[in-house]
Design a protein around this ligand. Structure first.
Ligand code: ADP
Ligand code: MG
Length: 180
């Protein structure tokens, strides 16, 4: 049976860590797994999905949903499991692609930011959360008070939804410290 698993949350919540954990476990299922990420994320590497604390696995970097499908069709062996990190950066076409692949009995694991730096739903995440079989919402630790953090707060003065960054540009904060 096909399945859509969504891992959501703010920056530093451990989304990539959780995606890597699920991907590594597939070694024991004898199923082929392939990992993609969006090309906007060049923070630590272009050929790897990398966590903020340095864990990494190989991946294919793609720009669009169409690009992802072309890469998938070009693989020598069709994978049963497809993982996608930084899925919030994709266009809306990712929603129908994920749905089609699940209908073709693939297990799809996607990880992404559910909200942008303004606290608004990020790109295709609302639709992906809606069509998921399973949703895992992770929280980080608030950099100001240590409570559970739901939001990614930008610490530099810059407009525009997409500013790819890490510690120098964003902190994870709780609701109390996001609204102030
Ligand atoms: P995400 O993909 O959700 O941005 P990662 O999986 O890359 O997160 O990284 C999670 C790791 O980030 C944690 O295990 C921890 O080592 C580190 N980290 C850094 N800052 C924080 C924070 N404020 N809250 C929780 N973890 C943090
Ligand atoms: Mg990540």
């Amino acid at each position: 049976m096909g399945k859509i698993e969504v891992i959501a949350g703010p920056m530093y919540a451990g989304k990539t860590e959780e995606l890597i954990r699920r991907v590594r476990r597939t070694i024991y299922t004898k199923q082929k797994c392939v990992v993609f990420k969006h090309s906007f994320d060049t923070r630590y590497s272009c050929e790897n999905v990398v966590t903020h604390d340095g864990q990494k696995i190989d991946c294919i970097t793609v720009k669009t949903a169409d690009d992802l499908l072309k890469n998938l069709n070009g693989l020598a062996e069709a994978p049963e499991i497809i993982a996608i990190d930084e899925v919030q950066f994709f266009d809306e076409d990712i929603v129908s692609l994920v749905s089609d692949l699940a209908n073709q009995r693939k297990r799809i694991i996607v990880a992404g930011l559910d909200m942008d730096y303004k606290g608004l739903p990020f790109g295709p995440m609302p639709q992906l959360l809606a069509i998921a079989n399973e949703v895992t919402k992770l929280r980080a630790v608030c950099s100001i008070c240590g409570a559970d953090a739901l939001f990614s707060k930008r610490t530099v003065d810059c407009d525009g939804t997409i500013l790819v960054g890490a510690k120098d540009e964003y902190i994870a904060v709780c609701r109390e410290h996001f609204k102030n």
